[in-house]
Design a protein. Structure first.
Ligand code: HEC
Length: 129
């Protein structure tokens, strides 16, 4: 009982120790994970590896550090023809997502499969629309 209490106190102290901005980043990444599962999973898969020859893997730190390319791909999709052709293989624009959701997805994928979390402001996304 005493031990349980001290663990609870320790956890409370740890969460108090997190700065507001760390907590914001964690919240953003969590939103990104959910938004990714809803909007990207069917092509890139939950593990981000995609499907060979159809949907590219997102496990690419260089790509996940490229802010403008990510914003542009998410807002406008990809119209470049795939090697094997076929419109269904192109990436659709996801402009219906909110600025915060786009920022959250970028935070989630860069934190999970890149070299570190890439934070993009909602203003930067708005400006690219
Ligand atoms: C309908 C399937 C589909 C959905 C849904 C989809 N994508 Fe894609 N995505 C693709 C395809 C296909 C490509 C490659 C397009 C090309 O050939 O340039 C791609 C390319 C990308 C790229 C660029 C990869 C590179 O190497 O340049 C990123 C980043 C990306 N998608 C992220 C996402 C994210 C994040 C979501 C969800 C918000 C998403 N995609 C939703 C099919 C999809």
């Amino acid at each position: 009982m005493k031990r349980k209490l001290s663990i609870a106190l320790l956890m409370a102290a740890m969460s108090l120790g997190a700065t507001a901005s760390e907590q914001d980043t964690r919240d953003l990444i969590a939103l990104g994970a959910l938004t990714f599962a809803d909007n990207c999973r069917k092509c890139h898969q939950l593990d981000g590896y995609g499907e060979e020859a159809l949907y590219p893997s997102l496990h690419d730190p260089k790509l996940l550090a490229n802010k403008s390319l990510l914003i542009d791909t998410l807002l406008h999709g990809r119209s470049a023809p795939r090697r094997n052709g076929g419109e269904e293989d192109l990436m659709p624009p996801l402009e219906f997502l909110t600025d915060r959701e786009i920022a959250a997805i970028i935070a989630f994928i860069s934190n999970t499969w890149g070299d570190g979390v890439l934070l993009v402001s909602e203003e930067e996304i708005k400006a690219a629309r």
